[in-house]
Design a protein around this ligand. Structure first.
Ligand code: G3P
Ligand code: CA
Length: 265
């Protein structure tokens, strides 16, 4: 806790709260970020998209119906695409009740609200979700992060900001806009050797599903000078298994469990 920037120990595994501490609070809300901070997560992962009126909004799905009450509030607006709603409309939704009554009324946050909630207490692993739906979002994200007073230079200096996406074209665009910002490439399928070599020219992280990750992949990513964080490990058995493979980061819905396991040695 406190306000000091996070400093990872050399060789330490970074514990990353997935969509906030999403096992204990509604994903991608300020409440989930606050729980992650209380649990002393080193990094918090969230997903960013864009509203109809250009606000950068933190939400996982490209539609609002799973994690808000959009179906009840806007019954005629199926399929409730994020990009079809203004920020004021999104703001009127309840993004907490679906998870538990105690979170009733928790709003969908903006990117700026999430960054402000994090402060310097944890790093931000920011996933650009479905950027093909939001042309130009990379420059807008970078502008927003640059506009938050005191944020970007200190976050970069502390190693506390990474931008990632499954859309690697988008990540290359981000890298071209702001080469000083580390970028990560998400993979649902195992990356090929050619993909890894090409990525190592400009990307900083390879972040695959644990299901496609083995020791050979971990070692190859390291040989190429990148780091590897795996998603999404939600049992102690998996956390220990992938820690022992030498991954650099573990993305989990249960950062408190992960912290305990990382303390084991
Ligand atoms: O950070 C990795 C993970 O968030 C990618 O999957 O679907 O949870 O965004 P998803
Ligand atoms: Ca994500």
């Amino acid at each position: 806790a406190g306000t000091a920037p996070v400093q990872a120990e050399p060789g330490a595994v970074t514990d990353i709260a997935h969509r906030g501490s999403s096992g204990s609070a509604p994903e991608n809300t300020v409440a989930a970020v606050q729980v992650a901070l209380r649990q002393h997560a080193s990094f918090v992962e969230v997903d960013v998209q864009r509203s109809a009126d250009g606000e950068l909004v933190v939400l996982h799905d490209v539609t609002l119906d799973r994690t808000t009450d959009a179906e009840e509030v806007f019954p005629g607006r199926a399929p409730w695409r994020v990009g079809d709603f203004t920020m004021a409309e999104i703001r009127s939704l309840d993004a907490g009740s679906w998870f538990a009554d105690e979170f009733a009324g928790e709003p969908v946050p903006t990117l700026r609200e999430v960054v402000n909630a994090l402060g310097r207490r944890a790093g931000l692993l920011l996933e650009v979700k479905s950027p093909a739906l939001y042309p130009g979002i990379e420059a807008e994200i970078h502008q927003e992060l640059s506009d938050i007073p005191g944020y970007l230079p200190s976050a970069l200096a502390a190693g506390n900001l990474v931008i990632q996406s499954f859309d690697h074209v988008s990540m290359f665009a981000y890298h071209e806009i702001a080469p000083e910002v580390p970028v990560g490439l998400l993979y649902g399928a195992r990356p090929t050797e050619a993909e890894l070599v090409a990525a190592s020219e400009w990307a900083d992280q390879i972040n695959p599903s644990y299901r496609v990750t083995d020791r050979a992949l971990v070692d190859r990513v390291h040989e190429l000078g990148m780091t590897i964080s795996v998603y999404t490990l939600n049992t102690g058995r998996l956390m220990r298994q992938y820690r022992n493979l030498g991954v650099d980061g573990i993305i989990t819905d249960y950062p408190a469990v992960l912290r305990q396991i990382l303390r084991e040695r």
